[in-house]
Write a protein that binds this ligand. Structure first.
Ligand SMILES: Cc1cc2nc3c(=O)[nH]c(=O)nc-3n(C[C@H](O)[C@H](O)[C@H](O)COP(=O)(O)OP(=O)(O)OC[C@H]3O[C@@H](n4cnc5c(N)ncnc54)[C@H](O)[C@@H]3O)c2cc1C
Length: 582
């Protein structure tokens, strides 16, 4: 075992991880000489954030009618009133400064004729406030952050290092254990402060817009360290995933004016959201599409056996498409041979985002089972649940959360080290040895058992796709819970076919699958317990929102027989819940 000593260890190199690293180093300016480790199971720039397409919301032009109140209201109404309003209020203010800051770091925002930054419509917004760089916003943001990070010296990157556990003793963070995938060596990142920025878990499903690496490891790491997960039953389906695989067709397409059309050629959104039409929030548009399909107005795709509706951009014209949606045109051409200039795209809802995540406070500090901070541990980005998005995130509110919370967490980490001057931790060696034995002895070394990692993963994806989808029912969710239990049991008997140490993806996939099974169980059981419909959680057997009983966050802790659930109140400071109509 190799021990690597750092002041701060950050797991994840998406927008949240990189922004956090910059903030720690920017604050320090060499004063304390803090050393930062930036760890990623991927090559740094391959993090899912690069594929963010449509935009990043912020209030830029109050004089033209936007305001912090309006952005906060849109976010809270979009969340179906499950967002914590104090966190939203802080978030909308910091988002503006982040847009200006990353412009100086190199993001080439699209411009208006008057030279000011251009903004576009996104679903659920009352003002076009999604700031964008073509339809490759995430790529340009990641590039600007990475370029900026390169200006600093006191950090090291650990690409292709897979973190396997969080070391915590006596409510104190003591580091991360990891496998260096290139060599297969076991590593202990010993650090005074840790940040989890591991992104979401779209891979639990068959059809998803999220990267193959979005397996929710951070949720699994926290859960297995005895830390609570919050609101995991709220899984976002993006309405427009390209059939068959669910590759994202950005909401900016509808922001620029695209229509949704059923098999009869009807713009069906007029029945579901007469005033917002295609620009209603994602949960509402996803339900509308599934309803059209369920009621026989979808189009059957022979190749995939899936039903879909059409996303029609023909009326936008070639010039606008080339200027604002070049990537979407490329995706259509590359994957289906369809040019959106003269043909519509087949689309259906695709799993896109996890509203829930690691339970953190308004500063991103990770909270323990009693609701108090774990000393020295933070989480940011999609891995964390503050909660800003409640039960439904608005499009263009994900990237900005990563930037805002990278800023907040970076500062909070720095303040902690500056004020408390913690020493490097010394965990008991048993914890580290037990983890090494779990991976290399109990999983890699096991010769008995005949279960296959990929077979179990396939069955898990099918189960989630079939029973824990846009529309849910008690009986479907019960089937999911039973099946996931069975898969968890079978997982104990997996046997790896690759026994080598170097780049052993078989081992990595086995560890990811362990996390995925845990998270799936938390999602399905949390959804079964929540007997109401709110935001992305739509129960056919409980079709109404039930504020009297369910205006509360779900907290899930690992128990001996599966997750244990409790509930905590939502922070409501400015707006009382009202009916959510668009
Ligand atoms: C296709 C797509 C388009 C999107 N478009 C937009 C948009 O236009 N606007 C918007 O606001 N939001 C958008 N979103 C949402 C937003 O982009 C994401 O929520 C956000 O980028 C997540 O960033 P992150 O930093 O939290 O994590 P990610 O970018 O997902 O990065 C996760 C990091 O964690 C690392 N990691 C994970 N597990 C481990 C482990 N076990 N060990 C070591 N490292 C690990 C990975 O290697 C990676 O570096 C989009 C999302 C998708 C999928």
């Amino acid at each position: 075992m190799e021990t690597l000593d750092y002041d701060v260890a950050i797991v994840g190199t998406g927008l949240a991880g990189l922004r956090t690293a910059i903030e720690v180093l920017r604050r320090d300016k060499g004063r304390l000489g803090l050393r930062v480790a930036v760890i990623s199971k991927l090559y740094l720039m391959r993090s899912h954030s690069v594929s963010a397409e449509g935009g990043t919301s912020a209030v830029l032009y109050p004089e033209e009618g936007d305001s912090f109140e309006l952005m906060a209201w849109d976010t809270i109404k979009g969340s179906d009133f499950l967002a914590d309003q104090d966190a939203v209020w802080r978030f909308v203010h910091i988002a503006t400064q982040e847009i200006r800051l990353i412009e100086r770091w190199g993001v080439p925002w699209n411009r208006r004729a008057d030279g000011r930054i251009e903004q576009r419509w996104f679903g659920g917004l009352s003002f076009p406030r999604a700031t964008y760089a073509q339809d490759k916003t995430g790529f340009f943001e990641m590039r600007a952050l990475y370029d900026t990070l390169l200006k600093y010296e006191n950090w090291d990157r650990f690409d292709e290092n897979f973190v396997t556990s969080i070391v915590i003793e006596n409510n104190e963070f003591k580091g991360f254990t990891a496998i260096d995938l290139k060599t297969g060596n076991f590593r202990y990142f010993r650090a005074k402060a840790g940040v989890i920025a591991t992104g979401g878990a779209g891979q639990l499903y068959r059809i998803t817009s999220m990267a193959a690496s979005s397996t929710g490891d951070g949720y699994g790491l926290a859960y297995n360290a005895g830390l609570p997960l919050k609101d995991m039953e709220f899984v976002q389906f993006h309405p427009t995933g390209l059939v068959p695989r669910g590759i994202l067709i950005t909401e900016a397409a509808r922001g620029e004016g695209a229509y949704l059309i059923n098999k009869d050629g009807e713009r069906f959104m007029k029945k579901y959201a007469p005033s917002k039409m295609e620009l209603a929030p994602r949960d509402i548009v996803s339900r509308a599409i599934m309803k059209e399909i369920m009621e026989g107005r979808g189009i059957y795709d022979d190749n995939s056996g899936l039903y879909h509706v059409w996303l029609d951009m023909r009326h936008l014209g070639k010039e606008k498409i080339e200027e604002r949606l070049p990537f979407i045109r490329e995706i259509g051409l590359k994957y289906l041979g369809i040019d959106i200039v003269d043909q519509p795209l087949p689309i259906r809802p695709t799993v896109h985002y996890n509203m829930g995540g690691i339970h953190v406070d308004i500063d991103g500090k990770v909270l323990n089972a009693n609701g108090s901070p774990v000393k020295g541990l933070w989480a940011a980005g999609e891995a964390a649940c503050v909660s800003i998005h409640g039960s439904n995130r608005l499009g263009s509110n994900g990237t900005n959360e990563c930037l805002v919370y990278g800023y907040i967490v970076g500062n909070d980490v720095y303040n902690y080290i500056e004020k408390e001057r913690p020493a490097l931790p010394n965990p008991s060696q048993n914890i580290l040895l037990a983890e090494e034995d779990r991976i290399f002895g109990k999983i890699l070394g096991k010769e008995s058992g005949g279960e296959d990692v990929y077979q179990i993963k396939d069955e898990l994806k099918d189960t989630m796709e079939k029973y824990v989808h846009v529309y849910r029912t008690g009986s479907d969710l019960e089937k999911a819970v039973i099946k996931i239990k069975e898969l968890k049991e079978r997982y104990k008997y997996i046997k790896l076919s690759d026994k080598s140490r170097i780049f052993n993806y078989n081992l990595e996939h086995a560890l990811e699958l362990g996390f995925m099974l845990d998270i799936a169980e938390v999602i399905a059981r949390g959804a079964l317990l929540r007997t109401e419909s709110r935001g992305a959680h739509a129960r056919l057997d409980y079709p109404n929102r039930d504020d009297a009983n369910w205006l509360k966050h779900t907290i899930a802790l690992k128990g001996a027989e599966g997750p244990l659930f409790s509930y905590i109140p939502v922070k409501i400071t400015m707006w009382k819940p009202v009916a959510r109509v668009y």
